[in-house]
Design a protein around this ligand. Sequence first.
Ligand SMILES: Nc1ncnc2c1ncn2[C@@H]1O[C@H](COP(=O)(O)OP(=O)(O)OP(=O)(O)O)[C@@H](O)[C@H]1O
Ligand SMILES: [Mg+2]
Length: 328
Amino acid sequence: MAQQAPGVRIDGLTVVYKTSAGELPAVRNVSLTLEPGSITGIVGESGSGKSTLALSLLNAVQPPGRIAAGSVEIDGLGDVVGLQGEELRKARGRHIGYVFQAAQNSLNPLKTVGKQLLDLGRSHGVDDLRGLVRDAKELLGRMGLDGARVLDSHQHELSGGMRQRVGIVLALVLNAHVVVLDEPTTALDMITQANILKIVREVHAERGLTTLVITHDIGVVAEVADRLAVMYGGRLVEQGPTREVLGAPRHPYTKGLIKAIPRLVGDIDEARALPGRPPTLATVPKEGCVFRERCAARLDVCDTVDPEAVADGPRVVACHAVTVKEHA
Ligand SMILES: Nc1ncnc2c1ncn2[C@@H]1O[C@H](COP(=O)(O)OP(=O)(O)OP(=O)(O)O)[C@@H](O)[C@H]1O
Ligand SMILES: [Mg+2]
């Protein structure tokens, strides 16, 4: 039975990693609300801070990283940044289902998938282990796998794509109502990916979930997400309803990302890679706009002042050029 989906409010979140040059932010002052029952997608190039942000939802950032500021309020759970020990362990799995990036490599090689499923159930105090196995088999079946066989298998007996689907099932099977999928379909071919995304959407609707999908692939978010957030250099530069953001992007980075998608129909030369490269922790500008080095709309103010995220209805953009234009 679908129960009320929880909302998630990330507010002013900053996450730093300790490096030889001191603590540097991988996520900086990010605010993002996951509306109850919605699917939110986060896109951005490699190193933009997507996984770090996702880990923060579970308070699972590992040293040398730490959450330096901000809060993550989850309905029914409170601020997860304050959770510790047993409370935190219980929240993971029961309240928040999580597929780690490279989930295809995160199974225990020594145990069958079924054994790991039972371990997961026991560690979260599931009484009805038969029901858990039944549910897992059903989900595996929906994802085009032979559930009984997969549960009897060890990791090495499964392909990368099969392991990725197992990862998704393990994130869903404890019936958590906040589900975070970090690059859930990278090991899948396009047809399988489309099928899995369809099932993710179905399960999301049936169970009343609040879902966050992280990917570098705009095609994936276009397929599943109601709302889209774009990250660059640890900052959330634009967010809004997926269709609006993809149809009429405002931030120069979002525009660049969309232009860089090769289209199947039409002139293949039309896809234009964004010039330059995304910054690393060490090269992210300490002041001013993080995107200015690659930006075609750069103004003087961008060198010194970090643009604030400005809301315009459901759209939020952090860009001086956009703000100037709107107020002109
Ligand atoms: N354990 C760590 N120690 C130091 N720096 C780290 C650590 N983990 C991540 N980083 C740095 O933090 C930044 C953000 O990394 P993160 O993995 O969150 O990015 P991402 O957007 O998920 O990238 P990808 O698309 O490659 O998965 C990167 O510059 C990365 O090098
Ligand atoms: Mg990542």
